[in-house]
Ligand binder design. Structure first.
Ligand code: FRU
Length: 491
């Protein structure tokens, strides 16, 4: 093992011991210590789900990336394993960036990731060289391949940037060949996804361009994920520098393209496009296929535009979303918490046919910061808005506001205890025409995840409100009928 990896492992085991379990979310994965961003290498290997993550163990800020590592049998209870990768080779000395994983026929676990090495330009500025590299392991320890990098600038198509070439996503074609989708920046300055193929997972050749942004959705597309779901193929990417347009928000966003894919030509035909999550904090999702054939997606429950929300002295920074099953319905990707999460439900408390009006209402047993809740709101014709107030006490609250005539859901965390002037509200136009709104609200200590109308849309945000703020209340501007079911969780 390299000195750098040994150093990271020694450091993290000591640093993690000083983080109390009560200071972590109950079922959302956080870094063992320090900083986490993208999920990496999300795979099912040797009877367990493996989830790696972009990791700086030494600080709660992004810096030279390592890969952290955790395993789980149910996607909710995670066991930390020692850091898997450190930036210990000449080709990755400035970071082991995002990537993916697959099991090989000899039962080893293959990781493919981006190695970053910076060089100085004549004007003194630094420029990345990003290349794709391999590491092979047993689910705990990984050895970098001696012929790394396996995909470098010599395998780029004409005009593609050597500095923005990252986040390889590996899978197997039906003929057994390995295929890899890599994010790239073509000469128009936007994004494209390149495909590489390999017969053995080690020797790669450039195949084709899977899809090009052509400056439609932001600029560079980061972190591609690509998979078949039913009859369709879904390409998930995280575009940088989005302009707000229709359902898409500004900044670092998420995009799902649904279409068809021809395995012979490598051609992807786009048929539909949508945002993946309309809240403030969801980025770089990756998915895995479960042994029983479901497609489960996990995203970084944070965003580059909002990550400075963490205060100095916080025990950790960054967390993963709840695992979400994705499925295609009416030509769009829907998502809902994985059934493993449903199985945690206990102690149902329900209230039906409640008349809501301008009086703020709360209900016995409906409070807490770790829970699952289903709410149905049926507003009267003249009702203007309905608000659900979460993580509330006399100083703090985070609101979900249903504005009936605009047909929007707003998430507003301005009063969640943040001292930073970041993006604190986000508005989602509700797609389902019905005036009745169904919300599934998943709360963990530091997050709010909302699934609208059976999972047609989702909105996610992180909150760092003191845990004592555990009130939940409801208020209508006008009259509305409310049904609610609240569950505690076996965590
Ligand atoms: C996306 C990203 C990736 C890169 C990683 C670096 O959040 O920018 O493109 O591999 O983070 O940590």
């Amino acid at each position: 093992m390299s000195e750098l990896l040994q150093k990271a492992r020694n450091y993290e085991s000591k640093a993690a011991a000083s983080i109390a379990a009560k200071d972590r979310p109950a079922f959302h994965l956080t870094p063992l210590c320090g900083w986490m961003n993208d999920p990496n290498g999300f795979s099912y290997y040797d009877g367990k789900y493996h989830l790696f993550y972009q990791y700086n163990p030494y600080d709660i800020h992004w810096n030279t990336m390592h890969w952290g590592h955790a395993v789980s049998s149910d996607l909710l209870h995670w066991e930390y394993l020692p850091a898997a990768l450190a930036p210990d080779e000449s080709y990755d000395c400035n970071g082991c960036f995002s990537g993916s994983a697959i099991e090989l026929s000899d039962k080893t676990h293959l990781l493919i990731y981006t190695g970053v090495k910076q060089h100085k330009l004549p004007d003194g500025s630094l420029r990345d060289a990003q290349v794709q590299c391999l590491a092979v392991g047993d689910g705990q320890n990984y050895r970098k391949y001696e012929k790394n990098p396996v995909i470098d600038a010599s395998k780029l198509p004409e005009g593609a940037s050597k500095a923005d070439f990252r986040d390889p996503r590996i899978w197997q074609l039906s003929d057994g060949r390995f295929c890899c989708a890599v994010a790239s920046r073509p000469s128009d300055g936007s994004g494209q996804i390149l495909l590489y193929v390999s017969s053995n997972g080690f020797d790669w050749t450039f195949w084709t361009v899977l899809d090009s942004n052509k400056n439609r959705f932001g600029k560079m597309w980061e972190c591609p994920d690509f998979f078949k779901l039913g009859e369709k193929y879904l390409l998930l990417v995280s575009p940088q520098d989005m302009l707000a347009e229709g359902e898409f928000n500004n900044g670092n966003g998420t995009l799902c393209l649904i279409g068809t894919f021809d395995e012979k030509t490598g051609k992807f035909c786009e048929e539909g496009k949508q945002i993946i999550d309309g809240g403030m904090d969801f980025y770089a999702p990756q998915s895995v296929q479960t042994p029983d054939g479901r497609r489960i997606m996990i995203g970084w429950l944070q965003n580059w535009d909002t990550c400075s929300i963490r205060e100095a002295g916080s025990p950790w920074a960054g967390q993963m979303s709840v695992p979400r099953e994705v499925f295609v319905k009416n030509g769009r990707m829907w998502q809902k918490p994985a059934v493993e999460f449903d199985n945690l439900r206990k102690d149902e408390v329900s209230f039906n046919n409640i008349s809501m009006d301008s009086k703020q209402m709360s209900f016995d047993g409906v409070k807490g910061r770790v829970l699952d809740m289903e709410v149905n709101i049926s507003p009267d014709a003249d009702c203007y808005s309905c608000t659900i107030r979460l993580a509330e006490d006399k100083n703090f609250h985070t609101d979900l506001i249903y504005r009936i005539h605009e047909h929007t859901l707003t998430i507003d965390r301005r009063y969640s205890g943040t001292r930073r002037a970041l993006m604190h509200t986000q508005v989602c136009k509700i797609l389902n025409d019905s005036k009745d709104l169904n919300l599934r609200i998943v709360l963990d200590k530091n997050s709010v995840e909302v699934f609208l109308n059976g999972g047609e849309q989702a909105m996610t945000c992180a909150i760092y409100t003191p845990q004592e703020a555990e009130g939940i209340s409801f208020i209508a501007d006008g009259k509305a009928c409310l049904d609610l079911k609240k569950y505690s969780l076996k965590v």
